[in-house]
Design a binder for this molecule. Structure first.
Ligand code: DAH
Length: 355
């Protein structure tokens, strides 16, 4: 009797869930359970032995049944506790604030640039990111053997086998949109062309995909003086400073003649960049007078029309204006970064509100 008690009370205590407990109950008290079988044996016993055994066996049966019931209640309580813990809900909490999305700095700066040039009478022109090599190079006076083709670290698209046409490229700059705008709209013309460009280059200041904005103004008597004024006005408005000091450095681009790289006066005092003062110069764009061959490629007569063009990096402008140190972070989609550097969806640059 003691052996049975120890065996089943032990099994009940260590049953870890209701299914295991039910197995213990069946093994002890079920129709073919060990205790039930013993009770059935009572009938075959001599009366005096039965009288001695029956009460103890009954007591054992009741004890095991009570232990099973108690264990079952305990397991159910534990299961309920566990469920309450898992499904816990603090109904007194305020509703979860809707996470507002933010405007990416690249989008914001593109809007700012567009807004400023729109006020100067420029329309936005667009072109494809997968460009043919005539628009990306030839039409811009970059001949097949021109070193700029290598310098641009061009991504070439695959051609199917047996197709010997020159491969398309991921455009290496926004300048091909100049050609498309000239061909599509003719002269006179004032456009800016913001968009994605691609070069096989990757480090802290280079990303294989980045953004440029191209500017193009064509009219009968446009000169370098107009270019200089336009860039000054743009940079003052963009950086929100009363004056800028620009340095035009003679340079070379195949699509402009003469060509100039433009530097802006700045200081790095105390590790922060200040524009318009100081003794340092920061290169911010390339520009020049549109080459006659480029006008011709765009279907515009260079004996009648002339114009200026410029190209600058939008990502670079964003880094300078908003103090963003690493270009690569722009494209990592880190939510913490986006929330920190992003702009409110309603902070749209406007003529009245400024950029
Ligand atoms: N396309 C040049 C580049 O990606 C930038 C540039 C320079 C554009 C001079 C122009 C220009 O329109 O006149 O490096």
């Amino acid at each position: 009797m003691d052996e049975l008690r120890d065996k089943y009370l032990g099994a009940v205590a260590s049953a870890s869930d209701e299914a295991a407990l039910e197995e213990v109950r069946l093994a002890a008290l079920g129709k073919k359970g060990e205790i039930a079988l013993r009770m059935r044996e009572l009938g075959t016993m001599p009366p005096d032995q039965r009288m001695a055994t029956a009460p103890a066996l009954n007591a054992l049966r009741d004890e095991v049944a009570a232990a099973v019931a108690a264990r079952k209640a305990a397991l159910q309580d534990a299961a309920l506790d566990e469920r309450l813990r898992a499904e816990w809900l603090d109904v007194s909490l305020p509703p979860r604030p809707r996470r507002a999305g933010t405007i990416h700095p690249i989008t914001q700066v593109t809007d700012e640039v567009t807004q400023i040039f729109a006020a100067l009478g420029y329309a936005v022109a667009e072109g494809p990111q997968v460009e043919d090599d005539w628009h990306n190079f030839d039409a811009l006076n970059i001949a097949p053997e021109h070193p700029a083709r290598q310098e641009h670290d061009t991504f070439y698209m695959a051609r199917s086998e047996g197709d010997n046409r020159p491969p398309h490229v991921l455009r290496t700059h926004t300048s091909p949109v100049q050609i498309r705008a000239m061909m599509g709209q003719g002269a006179p013309l004032r456009v800016i062309c913001p968009g994605r460009v691609f070069r096989a280059d990757y480090d802290q200041t280079h990303s294989p995909m980045f953004h440029q904005v191209e500017g193009l103004a064509i009219d009968r008597a446009i000169t370098m003086a107009n270019l200089k004024w336009t860039l000054e006005e743009f940079l003052k408005a963009f950086f929100e400073v009363p004056t800028v000091d620009l340095r035009f450095r003679a340079s070379h681009f195949p699509f402009t003649e003469p060509s100039a790289e433009v530097d802006i006066r700045c200081s790095w005092e105390g590790g922060t960049l200040k524009l318009g003062e100081g003794d340092s110069w920061l290169e911010i764009l390339g520009s020049g007078m549109v080459h006659p061959k480029v006008l011709t490629a765009g279907g515009i007569d260079p004996t009648e029309w002339q114009g200026f063009a410029f190209g600058m990096g939008i990502d670079r402008l964003a880094m300078l204006k908003y103090g963003i140190p690493d270009l690569r972070a722009f494209f990592e989609s880190d939510l913490r970064w986006l929330r920190h550097y992003g702009f409110g969806a309603l902070e749209v640059p406007t003529l009245a509100g400024g950029v």
